[in-house]
Write a protein that binds this ligand. Structure first.
Ligand code: ZN
Length: 184
């Protein structure tokens, strides 16, 4: 179905053609557009990409994950909306970077990323984040760092953890070493 004309859903009938259903489809399309733009922008903006450009055998693998959770931010000013308990459909990414193995022709098995992130998602999904040890003030920033600390020991090639609270807001953490190198 084309999206270039004004009649985006010309054949939609009945309940599926209701304004709510149409808005939902439009939002899904918008979400995909934002995510694609996010993926593209990440590819070019970071210093490590210069290294990747110099070595054709260096690749980055990304694993997406999702979870639903409640949180509140206890340290924001009185009256700030985030001080009230509320929920998000969180989306996240973990990324690893390194050379392609000459024999397997991959960096690591995608299943290895899934094995690392799945147990963590189980600890977060449908919980109140503030009650999880280390997440008393669960901002996106704190959550990204917390996830990094949980998984980096078993993922030495980890280069990025990204957390999206909404489809238009996200936070990426690149680890202590990269943060320190930017300060120099
Ligand atoms: Zn929130």
């Amino acid at each position: 179905m084309q999206s270039t004309s004004g009649s985006f859903y010309p054949e939609v009938q009945g309940a599926e053609g209701s304004p709510v259903a149409r808005r939902s489809l439009e939002l899904n399309t918008e979400n995909e557009r934002v995510r694609e733009s996010h993926r593209r922008s990440f590819g070019a903006a970071r210093p490590q990409d210069k290294l990747a450009a110099m070595d054709p055998h260096v690749v980055e693998l990304v694993k997406d994950f999702r979870f639903e959770a409640a949180h509140y931010l206890p340290n924001v000013p009185e009256g700030h909306k985030c001080r009230r308990m509320h929920g998000h459909s969180f989306r996240g990414e973990i990324a690893v970077r390194g050379p392609i193995d000459a024999h397997t022709a991959w960096l690591i098995d995608f299943a290895d990323l899934k094995r690392v992130i799945d147990p963590l998602v189980a600890r977060l999904d449908h919980y109140l984040l503030n009650e999880i040890e280390g997440l008393a003030n669960p901002t996106s920033e704190a959550l990204a760092v917390w996830i990094w600390k949980q998984i980096s020991p078993s993922l030495p090639l980890l280069v990025r953890v990204t957390i999206e609270e909404t489809c238009t807001t996200r936070c990426s953490y690149f680890g202590e070493r990269r943060a320190a190198s930017r300060e120099r």
